[in-house]
Design a protein around this ligand. Sequence first.
Ligand code: CP3
Length: 355
Amino acid sequence: MTAHSQTAASTAASPFIRACRREPVPYTPVWFMRQAGRSLPEYLKAREGVPMLESCTRPDLITEITMQPVRRHKVDAAIYFSDIMVPLKAIGLDLDIKPGVGPVVAEPIRGRADLDRLRDLEPDDVPYVTEAVGMLTGELDATPLIGFAGAPFTLASYLIEGGPSRTYEHTKAMMYGEPELWSALLDRLAEITAAFLKVQIEAGASAVQLFDSWAGALAPVDYERYVMPASAKVFDAVASYGVPRIHFGVGTGELLRLMGEAGADVVGVDWRVPLDEAARRVGPGKALQGNLDPTVLFAPTAAVEAKAREVLESAAAVTAAGGGHVFNLGHGVMPSTDPDKLTRLVEFVHRATER
Ligand code: CP3
């Protein structure tokens, strides 16, 4: 038996995996995007003096930081501590993650010749991933570990812009102006992303999430034409493992159907579309993940619980119709969030949904 199937077997009965598969659950499972990170004092302590990308190459740190929110909040899944830029760094691109800014790429990708810098990713490029996932699945026992990667569009946006962007002007200029170069770039990124997810699954990850955080910048017709084929290639490449595949983006209300069709088992929803409406847009046969507005956590607990209850009520219509629901925020935990609020939210969702 391979390592991944052993782990998949030991987490199959977990509420998180069962909800992803639209099977009955004892209570609604909860995890938070960016649950590991700056909202936790123990994270800040562990990261002291260690640059972000370096921390992602140290199995001891990866394991400790991944476990922190599991220990503290009792969430129903761990997410592997890394960053969407890690596989690109691993194949030799000159990039960094600047605190308070985000990914910064020294030489942006702008022309055909730049594609030569995007070589294939081999498992030997990321030995620390295999090692850390192995350590984690040992410690996590029956709690599932979610592996993840950035989707081709979101990665391309950083590579082409050279850093974070609000308008994606260079990205869209290439997409509309040089469609052949664009599709060659996205196809390259799909192969790298698929290889990176495979390393995580083969090492023991029980589910994977593809972050297309910035896909909401696109109209559906352009998403379908220019982006969906590359994301579908990633999902196809990992389909045979049988682990749940989650697809997430922000501001993607108009894209939910296409994001499901790209090959996801679970579609992530931000806070702009209620889950019952999201289910209508996605269609049958897929679970949903979301979708409490992360800024709600800055309000008093009573208000947090009232808003969480709204999410659960909207989700109840989905699960009653045979869907599955994984509770999450509509985007990542914000760094200044009070971590106690997150712990209480996990307790609240579990208590409110106990069946
Ligand atoms: O707990 C988890 O969710 C796992 C950790 C995780 C990180 N990055 C760690 C991180 C995950 C899933 C990511 C994915 C990621 N990285 C995405 C997709 C998710 C999303 O938020 O939409 C994106 C777009 C990135 C790119 C990126 N990396 C940004 C925008 C930033 C923030 C920059 C800043 O300082 O505000 C990063 C850095 C980063 N990635 C941090 C962490 C914990 C902060 C680094 C630090 O502690 O200084």
